[in-house]
Design a protein around this ligand. Structure first.
Ligand code: ADP
Ligand code: MG
Length: 663
C-alpha cells in the first residue's frame, strides 16, 4: 500500500482552483461579481484570444486598501461574511472568499486599486498564487485586475480548452447575463480590441435587454410583474406568437444572480400552455426576488444553481405572474388564431435524389449540353426564380390534363444570375405528378386561362429516369380511396376492407423524410441562398453551432461565424425552406445540447431535419401529395412518426357501427 500523505498546499490549491476556474468565462464571472459587490456603477471587461491571452476587468467600485491586498488573494479570505450565521443570509454575489485565490493560483495576475477617497493606490503582481511586493501606485478610484497566461501551470486543464471562438462566445454570453441582471451598472465588453456590448446602466431593464439581446428579441416582449406572498416576479417574456426554437433565450435571475433552474423553466412554460405553438419555447428575462433566507445559493461551486426553501410557492408565483400578464395583455392565443392557408412552399415533395447522384447526373447533363454553364457541386436546387416557378406549377395544377412541367419565363426574374443548370430544370420536372390520378378526379376548368406551355426538356428526353432517383408514385389502382382532408391536417381515407383511417399528414411525411435521410449515404443536397441569412442566435446556441460546423455541413448547412454570436447561413438543405433556416438551427443547438453521444446527436438532428422538411398541419396540400402519404401508411411502411407517436388512427366498420348503436 502506498503511504498516505497530506497534499502540499499548492497542489491542494490547484485542485480547489479547478472547481472555481474552469475556463476563461469563470474568471470573468468571478471578477465582475466582485466588481458589482464593490458597488461599481461602471465595469469594463476586455479579453484577448477568448480570455486565454488576457482578461482585464476594471471597475469604479470601493477599491481595496493596500494593506489588505495580499489577504484578498488568500483562500477563504472575504469581506462579505464573518460568521456561520451569515451563510444563511447571503446578499452579495461572492461569499466563499475563494475566487481571487483560485484565479491567481492558475495564472499571472496584476492588480491595481485605489480606495474611494484615498490619496494613493497600490499594485501587486502574483504568479501561480505567489504574491510579490505591494507597491504604491497612481490609480483611478476602483480596481483593475489583469489575468494573463491562464492555466500556464496546469497543462492538463490547458489541454481541455476549446477553440478561442468558443471561449469568446462563452464570455460574451456571460456578459449578457451579467448586464441583464444589473441594469443599474453600465457594462462594456471589448473582445480583441472591438467593443461588442455596451449597456447604459440607466437602471431600466428594457435598456439592458435592448443592448444585450438585440432589437429583434426586445421588440417581441411583454412586460410582466407580479407578487405571490413574499416572492416578487418581474421582467419580460416573449409574446406567445414570438416563440423561439429553443430554450436558450430563457434568462432567470434570483436575487440578481443568473441561474439555471428547471423549476423556473417549468413554471414559465406552464404559463404558456395552449398559447404557444408546439415545438416553440417562450423566451424571457425574469427576475425573482425573495428573502435571502428563503433561498440557498450555496449548492454549486459556480453558483449557477439555487435551492428554494418552498419550491411550490416559487413555481406558483412565476406561473401566475406570467399567465395573468399574458391574459391581461390580451396576447392572442395561438390556438384561437384562424388557420392560415399555406400552400406547401416546396416543390420537391415527390422526388428525392441523394446529392451524389444529383451531382453525377448534373455533370453528365453538362457534358451533353455543351454551351450550358457548369454545375457547381452545391448547385442551388431552388432556382432564382422560385416564386415564378411556383406560380407556373399552380397553373399546371389547374390544367390537369396537361403534364406538369417547367415553363421558362419570358423574362426570368433571376436573369442576372444566369440560366439555371439543365439538371435543375429536369429535377423540377416532377414526372410523377404527370401521372397522378388526381387529374381524373379534379375536372379541368374549361375557363382556365391558357398559358403558353413550353417544356423545358425536349419530349424525347422527358422519360429520362435518373439513376438513384426515387420517384414515389401512388399506385394506379389502390385498394383505398381518400374521402377528404379535415382541419388541413388529417386525411380521411377508406380502405377496401371497410375501415376508416385518419392520417396525420405531417407525422406521416416526417416519418417518410426521416427514413429517407437515415438511409441516405450522402449529405442532403444543398441550396445556396441568394442572400445569406445572418441568424441572430443566443450566444450559447451560436457557440455550440460554431463548434459543430462540420456536423452542420453533413446535414446540408454551410454556416460561418458572423461575430457577436450571430451565424451567417450561406447554404441550407434543399429540403428545408430558407424561412425555416434559423429555427432549424436553434433546434439543432438544442439537439446538440441534449444529445449525450455523437450518435444520439446525429439522430436528434435527423429528427429535426425530417420535421422541418415535412408538410405542416394547416398547409393546403395537393391531393397527389396526400395520396403518396396514404399509400405509405396503407402499405404498412409508415406506422409511427420518428418520435413514436402514431401516424394513423383506424376505425373498423364494426367499431363505427357500435358507436352509432347499429351493432
Ligand atoms: P469573495 O468575493 O467570495 O469575498 P474573492 O476571492 O472573490 O472572495 O474576493 C476576496 C475579497 O477581495 C472580497 O471579499 C473583497 O473584499 C475583495 N475584492 C475582490 N475584488 C474586489 C473589487 N473589484 N473591488 C473591491 N474589493 C474587491
Ligand atoms: Mg468574489
Amino acid at each position: 500500500m502506498p503511504h498516505i500523505e497530506q497534499l502540499a498546499p499548492h497542489v491542494a490549491d490547484l485542485i480547489a482552483a479547478g472547481e472555481v476556474v474552469e475556463r476563461p468565462a469563470s474568471v470573468v464571472k468571478e471578477l465582475v461579481e466582485n466588481a458589482i459587490d464593490a458597488g461599481s456603477s461602471a465595469v469594463v471587461v476586455e479579453i484577448r484570444r477568448g480570455g486565454m491571452g488576457m482578461i482585464r476587468v476594471t471597475d469604479n467600485g470601493c477599491g481595496i486598501a493596500p494593506g489588505e491586498l495580499p489577504t484578498a488573494f488568500l483562500r477563504h479570505a472575504t469581506s462579505k461574511m464573518r460568521t456561520a450565521d451569515d451563510l444563511g443570509k447571503i446578499g452579495t454575489l461572492g461569499f466563499r472568499g475563494e475566487a481571487l485565490a483560485a484565479i491567481s493560483a492558475v495564472s499571472r495576475v496584476d492588480i491595481l486599486t485605489r480606495r474611494k477617497g484615498a490619496d494613493c493606490g497600490a499594485s501587486l503582481h502574483l504568479e501561480g498564487g505567489v504574491p510579490g511586493q505591494v507597491e504604491e501606485a497612481g490609480a483611478p478610484e476602483g480596481t483593475a485586475i489583469t489575468v494573463r497566461d491562464l492555466f500556464y501551470n496546469t497543462p492538463a486543464r490547458l489541454k481541455f480548452m476549446r477553440k478561442d471562438s468558443a471561449e469568446t462566445a462563452a464570455v460574451a454570453g456571460l456578459m449578457q447575463h451579467l448586464a441583464l441582471s444589473h441594469p443599474d451598472v453600465s457594462f462594456k465588453f471589448i473582445k480583441d480590441g472591438a467593443e461588442s456590448l455596451h449597456t447604459p446602466g440607466d437602471g431600466k431593464l428594457e435598456s439592458a435587454v435592448y443592448a444585450a439581446l438585440g432589437r429583434d428579441f426586445a421588440r417581441g416582449l411583454v412586460s410582466v410583474e407580479g407578487r405571490g406572498g413574499y416572492i416578487a416576479v418581474s421582467g419580460f417574456v416573449t409574446a406567445p406568437l414570438m416563440g423561439r426554437g429553443s430554450r436558450s433565450m430563457q434568462v432567470f435571475f434570483v436575487n440578481g444572480r443568473f441561474i439555471k433552474s428547471q423549476l423556473l423553466t417549468a413554471a414559465l412554460e406552464e404559463g404558456y400552455r395552449n398559447q404557444i405553438m408546439k415545438g416553440k419555447f417562450p423566451g424571457c428575462v425574469l427576475s425573482v426576488t425573495l428573502p435571502v433566507t428563503a433561498v440557498d445559493v450555496n449548492v454549486h461551486p459556480a453558483k449557477t444553481q439555487v435551492k428554494f426553501a418552498r419550491e411550490r410557492e416559487v413555481f406558483d408565483a412565476v406561473y401566475h405572474t406570467v399567465l395573468d400578464c399574458l391574459d391581461a395583455k390580451g396576447a392572442p392565443a395561438a390556438a384561437s388564431k384562424p388557420v392560415e392557408r399555406v400552400v406547401n412552399p416546396r416543390q420537391d415533395f415527390f422526388q428525392s435524389m441523394d446529392a451524389k447522384t444529383y451531382r453525377e447526373q448534373g455533370a453528365k447533363n453538362t457534358e451533353k449540353a455543351a454551351e450550358k454553364p457548369p454545375v457547381r457541386p452545391a448547385a442551388p436546387a431552388r432556382p432564382a426564380w422560385d416564386t415564378e416557378w411556383k406560380s407556373s406549377a399552380r397553373v399546371a395544377d389547374s390544367q390537369p390534363q396537361r403534364p406538369l412541367s417547367f415553363r421558362p419565363l419570358e423574362k426570368p426574374a433571376g436573369a442576372a444570375f444566369g440560366k439555371p443548370p439543365a439538371s435543375v430544370a429536369e429535377r423540377r420536372e416532377a414526372p410523377p405528378v404527370r401521372e397522378a390520378p388526381v387529374e381524373k378526379e379534379a375536372p379541368a376548368k374549361p375557363e382556365a386561362p391558357k398559358r403558353p406551355f413550353v417544356p423545358a426538356i425536349p419530349a424525347d428526353q422527358q422519360k429520362l429516369d435518373l439513376p438513384g432517383q426515387t420517384t414515389i408514385e401512388p399506385p394506379k389502382e389502390a385498394p383505398w380511396r381518400i374521402a377528404g382532408e379535415v382541419l388541413h391536417t388529417y386525411i380521411i381515407c377508406e380502405s377496401a376492407d371497410g375501415c376508416v383511417w385518419l392520417i396525420d399528414k405531417h407525422a406521416a411525411h416526417e416519418r417518410v423524410n426521416f427514413d429517407r435521410l437515415k438511409a441516405a449515404k450522402e449529405p442532403p443536397m444543398r441550396q445556396t441562398l441568394l442572400q445569406p441569412i445572418a441568424a441572430e442566435l443566443s450566444r450559447e446556441d451560436g457557440a455550440l453551432l460554431l463548434e459543430n460546423l462540420d456536423l452542420l455541413e453533413q446535414f446540408g448547412f454551410a454556416c460561418e461565424d458572423f461575430g457577436d454570436g450571430a451565424i451567417l447561413v450561406r447554404e441550407v438543405p434543399a429540403d428545408i425552406d430558407a424561412g425555416d433556416a434559423v429555427s432549424t438551427l436553434e433546434e439543432f443547438a438544442e439537439n446538440l445540447r441534449s444529445g449525450k453521444s455523437l450518435e444520439e446527436k446525429r439522430e436528434n438532428l435527423l429528427h429535426t431535419m425530417a420535421c422541418k422538411a415535412a408538410i405542416k398541419g394547416g398547409w393546403t396540400s395537393d391531393i397527389s401529395e396526400l395520396k403518396v402519404l396514404v399509400e405509405k401508411v396503407q402499405s404498412g411502411e409508415v406506422r409511427y412518426c420518428p418520435h413514436g407517436r402514431p401516424v394513423a388512427v383506424k376505425l373498423t366498420k364494426y367499431e363505427l357501427e357500435k358507436m352509432f348503436k347499429r351493432a
